[in-house]
Design a protein around this ligand. Structure first.
Ligand code: GUN
Length: 279
């Protein structure tokens, strides 16, 4: 029987644990505040930002909302972030990506203080991750590790193949799986004999951004498959990078889309916010 890894249930568990922790922190006089910045009105970004604010409210974290005009200048945005960096009240700063084309995303990410970088995107956070030092973990990869652990799937010693090498998912995912003592391969669009590589995987993590690309031919019998993709198919239904129907018959465990990795990203963002108040 194929196990369905339920991100809705696991993310709810994590949020409930955090809610309890935040209650205890409040008793010690520690309040947590997240600043959420969105530039422009991209519909998908608005949904994500709203979900993040709702999660804050659920857990007991205050969220400050900055909804800036599409034509906000890079200097104005830098100015706001610098002000939030200095603020004693604000513990975490989140700038929703993507930003409008006239704003340099890398510069914005570097402007956020590494001490408030709850997305884990700042080069200092990335460096700490690779060095195995404490720091903010990139939320989606950290969520995937939690999905695996809380589903009783052992990582240590396993062959893990990550499909995709983005800065937000593929690369930090590799660092985290290495930290969990997996044997890690990153495969990508230039990888030769791709199916041979992905079929080696005990744990296959698909983060390529191509809908239903990973078919049954890409996976080993009994593998664990984690699907990071989110797309709309020709019938306007949500789907992932994995052809769920074909692949789920062959594997031991798989995440659905929606309801797999997606909800975990926000839960781990909340964990990073709480981390700002832990010692
Ligand atoms: N856009 C898509 N995913 C993310 C994320 O995890 N954080 C931010 N800030 N923007 C995103």
């Amino acid at each position: 029987m194929t196990k369905l890894i339920d991100g809705k249930i696991i993310s709810k568990q994590i949020k409930d644990e955090l809610k309890e922790e935040v209650r205890a922190l409040k008793e010690q006089g520690k309040e947590i505040c997240l600043a959420v910045i969105q530039v422009g009105g991209d519909a998908a970004s608005s949904v994500y930002v709203n979900n993040k604010k709702k999660a804050c409210a659920y857990i007991g974290i205050e969220s400050l909302s900055y909804e800036l005009e599409e034509n906000t200048s890079e200097e104005e945005l830098v100015g706001l972030i610098e002000e939030l960096n200095r603020s004693e009240k604000v513990n975490g700063i989140l700038v929703q990506l993507p930003l409008p084309k006239h704003i340099d995303e890398d510069r914005i990410i570097r402007t956020i203080s590494p001490d408030k970088d709850v997305d884990g995107f700042h080069p200092v956070s990335v460096g700490r991750l690779w060095l195995g030092e404490p720091g903010f973990l990139s939320c989606t990869p950290a969520g995937i590790v939690q999905l695996l652990k809380r589903s009783g799937i052992e990582i240590e010693g396993k062959e893990c193949v990550i499909l995709g090498r983005s800065n937000i998912v593929g690369k930090p995912m590799a660092a985290l799986m290495l930290r969990e003592n997996a044997t890690v391969t990153i495969a990508h669009s230039r990888t030769k004999n791709l199916k041979d590589v992905t079929r080696r995987a005990d744990i296959l993590i698909a983060a390529v951004g191509q809908q239903k690309m990973v078919t049954a031919e890409y996976v080993k019998e009994g593998a664990v498959v984690i699907d990071v993709g989110i797309h709309r198919d020709t019938q306007n239904k949500l789907c992932g990078d994995v052809d769920f129907q074909g692949v789920s018959e062959k594997v031991s465990a798989i995440t659905p889309v929606p309801g797999g990795v997606g909800p975990m990203t926000i839960a781990m963002l909340m964990n990073n916010c709480v981390e700002t108040a832990r010692n």
